[in-house]
Design a protein around this ligand. Structure first.
Ligand code: ADP
Length: 483
């Protein structure tokens, strides 16, 4: 697969743009693929985001795009990140407000459709003819729709295979008909797509991709069923052989407690005793008193998905067990208010910080004893992986990628954490009690910590699977073109 040319489109790519795990993944995957000899380029919407001075930015002329009966100028800022070319693609429909996502998906549709179609023009302008167009999530889904319809008649794009990675099926970006029309695309008429999603960017992406994957094997199975299929299960089942699950990796150079400038004391498995310094520094920072019980932590987007209602429900029991809790999150105001009320009700045992704070997140991973991930559903989840790497033992619900990455200490001698099944407060409380009990036996706790820190979640195996996926997609495209 060396020499393969891959164009990735996404709304986020760390370190330039990150709201959640999508940013981590699109930041790391291109680097891992480049190591395999591929030429990977990444395009992101240019919302005017500030680019750090360390990057050399070039502006390119990318001409115009027909949009809503007018010609709109396409702007491009080009820079290299970790050796990989990134292009920030802009134009009038993408507001320069620095916001990655707006208040609602319909409102965001023009920006993402414009971005997706403008990205195609930019690639043509650069004479970068990709073997694979790799779209991440719904946001740039219009590019796959364009490729599968209009693009198939363009010589430049005829040989390009389309791949879609679903990072979260819940964000479908339905109701994009007007934006698609502005870009010269009619809403889909594909009868496999439920009527409500025929002008949805995710559904159109799925229907027009040569191959689709999601970010863990369990989530790939779950989304083919009604409970988690979010209405698209039939469409996904219809393409069963072309829907797979590839577990995300974790970039060990980005997430490394032995080299992390923002934590109080760097440490690794051999210097695990130093971890205590991070725990006490974190408690001081959060104004939590020293305590004999464990410190539980949750770092997440404040969203219905993340199981924060369970956390609110279990807090009194945590308090009764002598444990403490810190939550760092940004997102829903309503959830934020509930969490603040919880902190007020349990001073000294619950600390809540609202906002996006990468440095604090790192100090939490380095100092907390348990990372909580009680999600309703979780396509892959990265916080349990980061927690493990930093010696914070994960306590997760058995769903999606959480089920694929955490082994319960009760059922496996090589266990790395605690897993609970039912989405209920009592089920979570039982797991919390088990964690507190194990924490009371330091040697046993340490053994789990060491196993968790040594678990291998590097990007290498995932990159290999993506290379296979690309090869399959390219073959499928060739067959499709020959038919
Ligand atoms: P999702 O992709 O659903 O948001 P993941 O667990 O896959 O969830 O990834 C979340 C990523 O975002 C992790 O790197 C986590 O540390 C980070 N993160 C989430 N919320 C915050 C926050 N408020 N401040 C800093 N980092 C955060």
């Amino acid at each position: 697969m060396g020499g393969l040319k891959v164009l990735m489109l996404a709304a986020e790519a760390a370190p330039l743009v990150k709201v959640g795990g999508l940013g981590d993944v699109v930041g790391a995957l291109p680097v891992a693929l480049r190591r395999m000899g591929m030429d990977v380029r990444v395009m992101l919407p240019d919302n005017g985001l500030r680019v750090a001075d360390e990057y050399k930015v070039r502006r390119l002329d990318a001409g115009v795009l027909a949009w809503g009966g007018r010609s709109e100028r396409v702007t491009v800022r080009c820079l290299k990140v970790n050796g990989c070319l990134h292009y920030l693609v802009g134009g009038r429909p993408i507001a320069h407000d620095g916001k990655v996502y707006g208040a609602d998906m319909v409102g965001d549709a023009p920006k993402f459709v414009f971005f997706a179609l403008a990205a195609m023009r930019v690639a043509e302008r650069l004479l970068f003819q990709p073997d694979v167009l790799h779209v991440h999530d719904a946001h740039p889904g219009a590019a796959l729709y364009w490729l599968g319809t209009v693009g198939r008649h363009h010589r430049f794009w005829q040989g390009t295979a389309g791949v879609l990675t679903i990072h979260n099926l819940a964000y479908q970006f339905n109701g994009a008909a007007d934006a698609l029309k502005d870009g010269g695309l009619e809403p889909g008429v594909d009868v496999r797509i439920p009527a409500y999603a025929r002008s949805g960017l995710l559904a159109l992406g799925i229907a027009n991709a040569d191959y689709v994957n999601t970010v863990s094997p369990t989530y790939a199975r779950e989304i083919r069923m009604a409970v988690q299929g979010a209405g698209l299960q039939k469409l996904l089942r219809a393409q069963r052989t072309r829907v797979s699950g590839i577990l995300n990796g974790l970039d060990g150079s980005v997430w490394n407690p032995a080299r992390d400038a923002v934590i109080a004391a760097e440490f690794d498995v051999r210097r695990l005793a130093r971890r205590k310094l991070n725990s006490s520094a974190l408690r001081t920072e959060l104004r939590l008193p020293a305590a004999a019980g464990p410190l539980f932590a949750l770092v997440a987007r404040l969203d219905w998905q993340k199981g924060l209602d369970l956390v609110v429900g279990v807090a009194p029991q945590l308090h009764a067990l002598g444990a403490q809790l810190v939550v760092l999150g940004s997102g829903s105001r309503d959830i934020g208010k509930q969490l603040q009320a919880l902190a007020r009700a349990h001073p000294g045992s619950v600390a809540v910080r609202l906002g996006f704070d990468e440095a604090l997140a790192r100090r939490i991973y380095a100092g907390a004893d348990v990372v909580l991930v009680p999600s309703r559903y979780e396509p892959c989840g990265l916080t349990q992986l980061i927690g493990m790497r930093y010696g914070a033992i994960p306590l997760v619900r058995c769903t999606g990628g959480l089920a694929d990455t955490v082994l319960d200490v009760a059922s496996n001698a090589r266990g790395t954490g605690f897993v609970f099944g039912k989405y209920t407060v009592p089920a979570l409380a039982r797991a919390v009690r088990r964690a507190c009990k194990l924490f009371g036996t330091p040697l046993a706790w340490r053994a789990v910590q060491v196993r968790a820190m040594q678990a291998d979640f590097s990007w290498k195996p995932a990159a290999k699977q993506y290379a296979e996926l690309y090869a399959n997609a390219v073959r499928a495209r060739r067959r499709g073109n020959a038919a």
